[in-house]
Design a protein around this ligand. Sequence first.
Ligand SMILES: Cc1cc2nc3c(=O)[nH]c(=O)nc-3n(C[C@H](O)[C@H](O)[C@H](O)COP(=O)(O)O)c2cc1C
Length: 249
Amino acid sequence: MILYFTGTGNSEYLALALRDALGDDCVDARVDMRRGAAGDFSSEKPYVIVFPTYAWRMPHVFADYLRRSAFSGCRRAYFVMVCGADVGNAGAYLRALCAEKGLEYCGLLPVVMPDNYLVMYDVTPQDQVQPLLRAGEEKTLAAAEKIRAGEPFDALHITAVDKAKSSAMNRAFFLTVGAKKFRATEKCISCGLCERVCPLNNIKLTDGRPVWGENCTHCMACISRCPKRAIEYGKGTERRRRYVCPERG
Ligand SMILES: Cc1cc2nc3c(=O)[nH]c(=O)nc-3n(C[C@H](O)[C@H](O)[C@H](O)COP(=O)(O)O)c2cc1C
């Protein structure tokens, strides 16, 4: 079973490519997550879990969802981690998560895809998007052969810097993450798309304008998918492009 979480579509794109390559079921975790529900999964094939990297780890909201979900059938779990640059020491935490859930950790595949984090820096330039998507898909499909053959993914070389990124730097990063700086501008047409795409059900239209609650993980879905470009985060995003996977829109 392929199970995925995504903010701007890259992870979904690779999850669907794996679904087609492996002839397996594919589940969008956001459906449960929006309702605050847990998953109850059963699969005779390995679990393949696909998601973006947030501060060199699996997004905590997704890890919490997996923690409260039930997995029966096959005990093997592979992780495909979509990133803009690198995943640090994320594998150590995924291994621990597997131990908690009684799953066998079969490795982590980091896949560089276009960067979406516009509240901190410019997203990937337009002319680099398609080459990155093609290379990412190719790497993922090559890894699908390992899954099919029952082999683990290749081990990653981990440095002291990787360990610091995924521990202290991850903690420091999440102290800065919140929704307070999001705002809708006069371009807002009250379409409510932001409310519908938030994977945490954290946006409510009030008098036709989005209002953000406390439960935000900076997935970039609202600001990136707004059809009128009417959402900003402080001042920094006013001149920055938005990124949504063009294959998933
Ligand atoms: C909150 C946040 C934190 C991120 N942290 C990292 C990171 O630590 N390392 C990295 O390489 N990319 C990082 N990125 C980039 C995303 O992982 C990358 O753009 C990914 O392809 C987005 O996947 P999605 O389209 O499925 O949401 C971060 C993005 C966001 C939104």
